[in-house]
Each structure stands twice: as structure tokens, then as C-alpha cells.
Design a protein around this ligand. Structure first.
Ligand code: ZN
Length: 310
């Protein structure tokens, strides 16, 4: 009997679900997370959708053996518990894995969404079968490392947290408490903060304070100098972080995902230039920086693959 696995991407706004076979996504569903209603209400809406996918899959002759959940936030992996997630505040300490296992009768594995993203790209996307590092540039900056076909999390549990590589010692304050992390330069949150600071400091721009990344990207394309500078800064810091990862791990492939990857052409020139400047042990062109191939599907596909491996 052919086998399939359920994958779920639990985000602050949307919950995406899919039934994933050896070749890719067979069926998909999505629903709003409505995080403010709390995890119990969310569970009551999500379980029937999971059951519907299972019924459909079994009707197709598939054996469904596990559920993988990609979740934002800091996780306790043993019990599949979200310890702390800024985008899902009411889910803190909710035993997500346990509850989903009880409701579906499946084995459940819960993993950080950026790690799932990296594994998805490794198995189905931009880096099929290749060792890779992945940066997800969104509200924050996530990361994942796949070496020898396995996610590298390490005994500290923080392996692949590439958003917290310190690219500018003594630099901008990061949400984690350190100064100069990549996340403090190359996330949507950081770009917005840098824009507001520059405008408050008297810089001219066609952008108003509080504008988001999409407006900045449009302004950069239209020739706005401040918007171009901000994109240049984000790209430069990303290139610096990519060089660090290459030296630490030896990967040849870096995959860029998340909302900011849609404007990758604005970041890439500065990222490449910084890579040329800072990666000197091998010809810098050997390190490929590419955009995600799966985009929003990557986390749920990686999560389903983790369920397969359990
Ligand atoms: Zn940090």
C-alpha cells in the first residue's frame, strides 16, 4: 500500500494542511488560525479538516502513518509543546503534539517552521538531495541546516538558528537580547524600524513612516534612495551571514525563503558583493544563493517528511 503523511504549517494568521506522498502534495486545505481565540478553539476547527484529509487519502488507497507540524516559536520537542511564540501568544505551553495525537490517532512530530522549510527544500525544492542552509526572511529571520540528509539541531537545540548569527558586533538590538544579529537587519520588522529611524533623523524619502516591505520594494524599484539603501543593508548582512554559514558547514547551497524573498532581486546584488568580499577560502561564486522553489508549501512538506522519518 502506498504511504502518505499529513503536514501542517501553523502560522500566526493561517494554518495550512496537506497530505503529502513520496512525490509531493496530494491534497491541501487551509483555514485561518485565529490565534486570539486560543488553542482549544483552533483544535476544534482543525481536527475535522485533518480527519477529512485522512478519509480522502484512505479512500484513495493510501496508508497514513503520521502528522508533522511546523510551528513558529521556541519548542519543547519531546512533548511537542510550544514554549513561547510571539505570533501565537495564547498557544504558550499548549501540548500541541499530544492533543493532535489524541484527536487523530497518529504519531505527531512538532518542529520549528524554518527547520521544516529547510528540509522541504532539501527533499522537494531548490536543493533536492543537496546539503543546504536556508534563511527565511519574514517578520523575523528563521534558519535551517540540512547536512547529510538530516536537520542539524544539535544538543543545544539551536542549530540552524541562522537569524541570530551576529553579523554586526555591537550593532542593532535584536529581539533575542543580543546586538547585531542578522534578524535585526534583514527582517520585515527590522526594515520597518530602520525606515522609521531614518525618517525621524531627517532623511528624505517618498515613503511615509510605518510603511512595510512591499512599499519599500516598490519605492526602491522607483529609484527612492533611502529604500534602496535599506535593501542594500539587508542584502549585505545576508551575504555576510551566508559566508559565515559556508565556512562553518561547507555547504554550497543557500536557499532564501520568506516574504522578503519575493523581492530577492533587490537584495541579491548586495548579498553577492558582500559574499565576494568576505568568503575568501574558496572562490565565492561556488556558493549558490537561490530563491526558494516551494515558498509557502515548504514548511508543511518538510513537516510531513519528518513524520515519515519517525
Ligand atoms: Zn538575535
Amino acid at each position: 500500500m502506498a504511504r502518505a503523511w499529513l503536514g501542517m504549517d501553523l502560522g500566526g494568521t493561517n494554518t495550512r494542511l496537506g497530505l503529502v506522498g513520496e512525490g509531493g502534495i496530494l491534497a491541501r486545505r487551509h483555514l485561518p488560525t485565529r490565534a486570539d481565540e486560543g488553542p482549544q478553539a483552533w483544535l476544534e476547527r482543525v481536527v475535522p479538516v485533518l480527519q477529512e484529509l485522512m478519509t480522502w487519502g484512505r479512500g484513495e488507497g493510501l496508508e497514513i502513518t503520521g502528522l508533522g507540524v511546523a510551528s513558529a516559536g521556541v519548542l519543547e520537542r519531546e512533548e511537542g509543546r510550544i514554549l513561547f511564540s510571539p505570533n501565537l501568544p495564547r498557544f504558550d505551553h499548549f501540548p500541541l503534539g499530544q492533543r493532535l495525537a489524541a484527536a487523530t490517532g497518529l504519531e505527531v512530530v512538532v518542529e520549528n517552521d524554518a527547520n521544516c522549510y529547510a528540509l522541504g527544500e532539501h527533499l522537494f525544492g531548490a536543493g533536492r538531495g543537496e546539503d543546504l542552509a536556508c534563511f527565511t526572511l519574514g517578520t523575523g529571520v528563521g534558519g535551517g541546516l540540512v547536512l547529510g540528509g538530516r536537520l542539524q539541531i544539535g544538543p543545544l537545540g539551536i542549530g540552524g538558528e541562522l537569524g541570530h548569527l551576529v553579523v554586526e558586533p555591537g550593532g542593532r538590538l535584536c529581539g533575542c537580547g543580543a546586538q547585531g544579529c542578522l534578524e535585526a537587519y534583514a527582517s520585515a520588522t527590522a526594515l520597518k524600524a530602520m525606515l522609521n529611524e531614518a525618517l525621524a533623523g531627517g532623511r528624505w524619502s517618498r515613503l511615509q513612516p510605518g510603511k512595510g516591505v512591499k512599499a519599500m520594494e516598490r519605492a526602491a524599484v522607483a529609484g527612492d534612495e533611502l529604500a534602496q539603501e535599506l535593501m542594500h543593508t539587508a542584502g549585505t548582512m545576508l551575504g555576510r551571514a551566508a559566508a559565515m554559514v559556508a565556512v562553518a558547514t561547507g555547504v554550497e547551497l543557500v536557499v532564501i525563503g520568506g516574504g522578503l524573498a519575493r523581492g530577492w532581486f533587490l537584495l541579491e546584488p548586495a548579498a553577492r558583493a558582500e559574499l565576494e568580499r568576505t568568503l575568501c577560502l574558496v572562490p565565492a561564486r561556488r556558493l549558490r544563493l537561490v530563491r526558494s522553489a516551494l515558498e509557502d508549501d515548504a514548511p508543511l512538506m518538510g513537516a510531513a517528511a519528518l513524520a515519515q522519518r519517525q
